[in-house]
Design a protein around this ligand. Structure first.
Ligand code: UDP
Length: 370
């Protein structure tokens, strides 16, 4: 079969681009996926106990983008799910993001309302007008006590860097609440795919013009077949330009240690963060998220590492400077019909909805008359 477009990677970005090209342009699309499954890091599967688990950690969908919400609902049904997280600190489980309960539990205060919480915070925070890094973001929003209890060590473990080396945007992801709101996200739409993410991707990709080739490395494919089509590349941008710029961007990974138990639940919450103890950052128990029932449960402990699949761009000054060099090459490469889409190719800490949006926007930009 002759293809009009090659898409490299079958995660959110690649699958969305492929769907749009097939559906709106009637193009024949070949997706080359290095791994043995679709769905990228959203991939989930039923383990040997029949528990639906995510191979690459929990994925919690949330968005304020009407367009993205409408788009994902075209393919599969989604169940409302409001995510909540607790952190284990000094033997107590306290809500994250910080809210009134967090402060009362951790510091023995008796804050009762928003006005009191604002007043208390004002006595804690370090006045920093424009936080330059994640430490300044934390100190300026919650002050040193909460920063040290909840964020400092977690961030060090997660990124293997001091928060002072990371852009403020990393810690800015976590809001501070002056009320009792214990939701992890504040977005209008918060939901999980009713039949799991892999099923959602099967539906997204279910089009006669889309062919997915698993276990296929793009760079090997090009050596054999050449490349004379448009290409949408969603892999790490430094791999694409490795022969031009020898330097590597840092991408942080996670080793997931799965454990199965023959009882219904392991912990009280879907996610328990461990900022200060243990080598892992958090324990995820999937059943709380999928609402599966049954007498078995599966958890995963997350050990951040530099080995393995690239998951997170590391927003340090060095990496961002280096990315700017790659970005210039990417702009030139567009003249040849190669486009860079998604978290790894744009070196952006996208949430899932931002990845969908980035793919939809890129499609609209490249094919304005579609
Ligand atoms: N973070 C933290 N303590 C927490 C939760 C998050 O210090 O209890 C910091 C940490 O640096 C983390 C960042 O906030 O990498 C973003 O957290 P998020 O939960 O958004 O990370 P993700 O789910 O993308 O791994």
């Amino acid at each position: 079969m002759q293809y009009d477009i090659i898409v490299v990677g079958c995660g959110i970005s690649g699958a969305t681009i492929a769907e749009r090209c097939a559906m709106l342009l009637n193009k024949k699309v070949l997706i080359l996926e290095k791994r043995d499954h679709i769905g990228g890091n959203c991939y989930d599967y039923y383990d040997t106990n029949g528990v639906l688990v995510s191979r690459y950690g929990a994925h919690l969908f949330h968005t304020n983008f009407e367009e993205v919400w409408e788009y994902i609902n075209r393919f599969d049904s989604w169940n409302p799910y409001v995510h909540k997280v607790v952190a284990s600190v000094d033997g107590k489980l306290v809500p994250v993001p910080v809210n009134i309960t967090t402060v009362n539990l951790l510091l023995g205060t008796h804050i009762q309302n928003e006005a009191e919480m604002k007043e208390w915070l004002s006595t804690q925070v370090v006045p920093i007008a424009n936080p330059k890094n994640s430490e300044e973001s934390g100190l300026s929003r919650v002050g040193p006590k909460l920063y040290e209890a909840l964020f400092k060590q977690y961030t060090q473990k997660q990124w293997d860097k001091s928060p002072t080396e990371l852009a403020a945007a990393v810690l800015d992801r976590i809001p501070v609440r002056t009320n009792f709101d214990d939701r992890y996200f504040s977005d209008k739409y918060q939901a999980q795919p009713a039949n799991g993410y892999t099923h959602f991707f099967e539906r997204l990709l279910d089009h006669p013009n889309i062919h997915v080739s698993l276990n296929t490395d793009y760079f090997e494919y090009v050596k054999i077949h050449g490349s004379n089509t448009q290409v949408f590349f969603t892999g790490p941008i430094d791999q694409y330009f490795a022969s031009v710029i020898g330097k590597k961007l840092e991408y942080r990974s996670i080793r997931f240690q799965f454990e199965q138990y023959n009882y219904p639940y392991f912990q009280s919450n879907s996610v328990v963060n461990y900022p200060n103890d243990h080598e892992y950052t958090r324990i995820v128990e999937y059943k709380h998220i999928t609402r599966q029932t049954g007498n078995h449960t599966t958890i995963s402990r997350e050990f951040p590492t530099w080995e393995g699949e690239p998951y997170y761009p590391v927003l340090s000054e060095n990496n961002l400077d280096l990315y700017a060099q790659f970005q210039k090459l990417a702009a030139q490469e567009e003249q040849k019909g190669v486009y860079f889409v998604g978290r790894l190719a744009n070196y952006k800490y996208y949430n899932m909805d931002q990845a969908f949006k980035n793919a939809l926007d890129t499609f609209a930009r490249i094919f304005p008359n579609s």
